[in-house]
Design a protein around this ligand. Structure first.
Ligand code: AMP
Ligand code: MN
Ligand code: MN
Ligand code: MN
Length: 293
């Protein structure tokens, strides 16, 4: 069993990187990727746990991109999180996110909602502040009945107080990941699109940009959807990855490895990803050197 998508409290999960590594080991996972949103801050602590656990700990990230006029999340797996260029790029994104967050606070205040920047920041254990933290601050302020209510009326993608931050193009996201030695994988393509949406053509476009796989296994998918994505990956020769998108207490009902119960990402996916990391060895024979039997 493997799980190539999870979050710690360095983005919008509730658990430490150490706790995730230990839980993965206890659950018998062969591999777990930590893929916090737009930050690398948890990865040193996560990978330091490799000395303690049997589970392969895969350093990753989930980059916020925009494609087809909607959010597209791009996972970077096996990346060098100390790569100075990547670290600089992520730092810039964080600054833009901060500006976006302050604009969202102003919008909420303009609508008469008693929320402050300090109250939002207080919900986040690190400097990565996301709408998950807004939702919790709004509940605490009495402006929403539940985080879901906050997303429904105030800070969800189609809500008046949502301000998008300048998300990356998929081409930028792919470049950021691959230049840091990572593999670029589209997260949950089946989520947030109209029912029956066909990814055949868009995924070809993304493949041409350098995407190497996409999540064909994801807790939200039904059996038909999973089959569609597994078949599509085969057709396009992309790796069908997957994971639980575990967020601890911020997304209840999910467990590492199994998601909401039925998730099962084949171990063979790990081998396929690892084969992509290793550059193809040059063929031992070239033209004019035909091995005769
Ligand atoms: P941000 O990156 O700050 O725009 O926040 C995006 C995060 O908010 C996502 O990664 C989800 O964890 C969360 N989120 C977005 N929409 C919803 C929703 N409708 N319900 C619950 N969580 C959501
Ligand atoms: Mn999240
Ligand atoms: Mn996502
Ligand atoms: Mn995620």
């Amino acid at each position: 069993m493997i799980d190539l998508h999870s979050h710690s409290l360095f983005s919008d999960g509730t658990e430490t990187p150490e706790a995730l590594a230990l839980a993965a080991d206890a659950a018998g996972l062969r591999a777990l990727a930590l893929t916090d949103h737009d930050t690398l801050a948890g990865l040193a602590r996560f990978t330091a746990m490799q000395a303690t656990v049997r589970t392969l700990l895969v350093p990753g990230v989930e980059l916020s991109c925009r494609f087809l006029n909607r959010p597209l999340h791009l996972l970077g797996l096996f990346l060098d999180f100390r790569d100075p260029r990547l670290v600089g790029r992520i730092q810039q994104q964080l600054a833009l996110r901060l500006e976006r967050n302050q604009a969202m606070v102003r919008r909420l205040q303009d609508r008469g909602i008693a929320i402050t920047w300090e109250a939002v920041a207080a919900e986040a254990p690190t400097d990565l502040i996301s709408r998950t933290h807004f939702a919790r601050a709004l509940v605490r302020a009495g402006a929403a009945g539940s985080p879901q209510d906050a997303f429904h009326r105030l800070v969800g993608d189609d809500c008046p107080c949502y301000v998008p931050f300048p998300e990356l193009t998929p081409a930028e996201g792919v470049r950021w990941i691959r230049e840091a030695g990572g593999l670029a994988v589209v997260a949950h393509p089946g989520r947030g699109v109209p029912r029956g949406f066909r990814w055949d053509q868009p995924m070809r476009v993304l493949k041409d940009l350098g995407v190497q796989g996409f999540e064909a296994y994801y807790p939200d998918y039904g059996p038909a959807e999973q089959r569609y994505f597994v078949d599509l990956a085969r057709e396009l020769d992309l790796v069908p990855t997957g994971g639980s998108d575990y967020h601890g207490g911020h997304k209840p009902g999910l467990a590492l490895g199994v998601g909401s119960g039925g998730l099962r990402v084949p171990d063979s996916v790990l081998e396929r990803l690892q084969a992509l990391r290793t550059p193809e060895p040059p063929a031992p024979w070239g033209e004019g050197c035909i091995i005769k039997s």
